[in-house]
Design a protein around this ligand. Structure first.
Ligand code: ADP
Ligand code: MG
Length: 651
């Protein structure tokens, strides 16, 4: 069903197509337009094409290149998959007329690409070097209602930019929530609503609070699915389950497969996980045309709430939870936390069941918690996440007094001061709040401040280990490299041990990377040999490939900026460098349980009341050696306890 004609026909069937001319009219008459439409109406895939077709890319930039259309996405996966889809619709190769750019990966061609999908982060970093965004004639900020920190910063910067570049068109697409806010922010910019058709959705709440949402969701899927048997075995619609992240998605999928396996001859059910770090080819499978007899169940993160449309969904199962970055004022840093969604999100999720026909939504929470405990609207990230990174960028853009920045919703004062304090404590700004030369240099890398600092330190004569540090940073910038299939967990763990470097997860990552490079040399372009090596050692090849790309980009970046790439004299160079860059992220051993390694506990070195634990995947959990007294860690993950992820002993 993917022939050109089919694609052209399905474009014409989208709600956006029916109002194309009216919409283009509004856009031509206004500098800023807010576009509102149901999910699946064609905002993401069609808008940029309409604008392209009506000639907005024939204007020229200063260097006589055609100006292009940029479309931002809050998520990397969306930028990639949408660019792929739109290139198919336009009948061109991905990376030519239609391309995408995400951090460390640019698949656009200068002089050729006319529509560029990118993450909001990419557009922000382009602003650092081209403050007028000269190469664009039009920017579409897609899914702006998601309100990532980057969305809000871009909106603030656009306020001034629109005055400086009267020829620039700005289009903001949004779900209904927040649309008024955007209009007001841009001087009552017009709102254009794409009329959509939606079907009624019956909503059911749980009677009681469930403690194991994975188990409850699986039971609900099976209840829906097995009704099919009494229904002449016809699939009456697909199922979408909202989970919080990779771990509970995988748990749900495997529990589901397990329970299906115990049944006697169940009707066929195809199970698809979907989360942001899942390889793109696996994700693509969920778009395959549905067959009438096989039902599919898509187990997804929040990504399926608005940014990804799967056709044919009739049932939604909503756990009512989402995993978000939340600022932890105790340590002045973010941690990922699973928290309840807002009522607006709950409505949005339920709505996903009513796109192609009447649907049903099962909410795995009580009506009472919906009406009494959920916030009506989600809290924008700018009011709950660490802002160090963007404040650094704003300082670079000479926005000196951040409290005067035009925020759509101002961040709480404590959050601003905590984030500024952090920048000061790592030496990025001085006592007066001005960017230091270190801070200035840190902006040259598309990385969080602590990793930029790690790289900069490693290039110095004192630490002398940038060659190794680049590999470590690259490995820290990709999705986990290990996989651990349940049925071969023991084998996977043994293989992992082979690569372990005692006392340091960072050095272990370095070791894996070094061996990987060695394999690449050995394989002389034989891709199968590499796949084989990865499979044998339980590594995700995709992650390792990406780590290599990122490292190459970083090397290029260092050379361009004339920094030295220095090989370490010994592991101590690396450990000292880690220590110097991560002194804010360090902990001291406080408790060792007599029964062995199980009960060891650390306390944050500065926020001493704070208990921290080694993440179960850390090589420091090795029961044969003593727990180190001092450690530094890369990040905290809060689940049942506060875990330090990627840890190195610095005794
Ligand atoms: P919106 O942004 O308004 O939610 P989209 O432009 O994303 O809508 O989607 C329009 C239609 O295109 C949807 O019906 C969806 O099924 C289809 N579509 C989007 N992405 C893909 C893809 N990668 N493969 C196949 N179909 C897609
Ligand atoms: Mg969209």
């Amino acid at each position: 069903s993917n022939s050109r004609e089919d694609i052209i026909q399905s474009r014409k069937n989208l709600p956006a197509f029916a109002v194309k001319n009216k919409l283009l009219q509004v856009i031509s008459e206004n500098q800023v337009t807010i576009v509102i439409g149901e999910t699946g109406s064609g905002k993401t895939t069609q808008l940029a094409q309409y604008i392209y077709e009506s000639g907005y890319t024939s204007a020229r930039d200063g260097k006589n290149n055609n100006k292009i259309i940029g479309c931002t996405q809050p998520r990397r996966v969306a930028a990639m998959s949408v660019a792929k889809r739109v290139s198919e619709e336009m009948g061109c190769k991905l990376g030519e007329e239609v391309g995408y750019a995400i951090r460390f990966e640019d698949r656009t061609k200068k002089g050729k690409t006319v529509i560029k999908y990118m993450t909001e982060g990419v557009l922000l970093s382009e602003l650092l070097t081209d403050s007028l965004l000269d190469k664009y004639s039009c920017i579409i900020m897609d899914e702006a209602h998601e309100r990532s920190v980057n969305t809000d910063i871009l909106l603030g910067l656009f306020k001034k930019l629109c005055a400086q570049r009267r020829d620039l068109k700005l289009i903001i697409t949004s779900a209904t929530m927040n649309a008024d806010k955007f209009s007001t922010f841009f001087g009552n910019a017009p709102q254009f609503t794409i009329p959509g058709r939606t079907f009624p959705v019956d909503v059911f709440f749980s009677k009681s609070i469930s403690f194991d949402y994975v188990d409850t969701a699986v039971r609900q899927v099976l209840t829906i699915h097995l009704q099919q048997m009494s229904n002449n075995n016809k699939n009456d619609g697909d199922i979408l389950v909202f989970m919080t992240g990779q771990e509970d998605i995988e748990a749900t999928c495997s529990l589901l497969e397990e329970k299906l396996g115990l049944l006697d001859n169940p009707p066929p059910l195809d199970v698809y996980p979907i989360y942001s770090t899942l390889p793109a080819d696996v994700q693509k499978k969920i778009f395959r045309s549905k067959s009438d007899s096989r039902r599919k169940v898509v187990v997804a993160t929040n990504i399926a709430e608005t940014s990804l449309t799967v056709d044919g969904i009739k049932y939604v199962i909503d756990t009512g939870l989402v995993k978000l970055k939340v600022f932890n004022p105790k340590i002045g840093m973010d941690s990922l936390q699973v928290i309840p969604i807002s009522a607006a999100n709950a409505q949005q999720r339920s709505g996903r069941a009513g796109r192609t026909g009447p649907g049903v939504s099962y909410r795995l929470y009580t009506e009472k918690s919906f009406s009494e405990q959920m916030y009506p609207m989600p809290i924008p990230e700018i009011q709950r996440a660490n802002l160090s990174n963007v404040l650094l960028m704003l300082k670079f853009l000479k926005v000196d007094n951040v409290s005067k920045f035009p925020f759509l919703d101002p961040p709480p004062r404590e959050l601003l001061s905590c984030s500024l304090y952090y920048l000061w404590s790592i030496g990025a700004i001085d006592h007066l709040g001005s960017l230091t030369s270190l801070g200035h240099d840190m902006c040259k890398f598309p990385l969080e401040p602590s990793l930029s600092k790690l790289i900069l330190l490693s290039c110095s004569q004192q630490y002398h280990c940038s060659d190794e540090v680049l590999s470590i940073v690259a490995m820290l910038s990709v999705p986990p490299v290990y996989y651990r299939p349940k049925e071969r967990a023991k084998e996977a763990d043994q293989s992992r041990e082979k690569f372990s470097i005692g006392g340091s997860d960072h050095l272990t990552l370095l070791n894996i990377y070094t061996q990987w490079e060695r394999q690449i040399k050995k394989s002389r372009g034989n891709s199968e040999a590499l796949t084989d090596w990865c499979n044998r050692n339980f590594f995700h090849k995709k992650s390792l490939m990406r780590a290599r790309d990122i490292r190459n980009q970083l090397v290029f970046n260092l050379q361009k900026n004339k920094y030295n790439i220095l090989k370490s004299r010994n592991d101590d160079d690396i450990k000292k460098c880690l220590c110097a860059a991560f002194f804010n992220q360090s902990a001291r051993l406080t408790k060792v349980n007599m029964s062995g390694y199980q009960g060891i506990e650390y306390h944050h070195l500065r926020h001493t009341y704070m208990s921290l634990y080694l993440h179960p995947t850390s090589v420091l959990n090795d029961s044969t050696s003593l727990a180190p007294t001092f450690v530094v860690y890369h990040e905290l993950i809060l689940t049942s306890k506060e875990y330090m992820n990627c840890v190195t002993s610095v005794d």
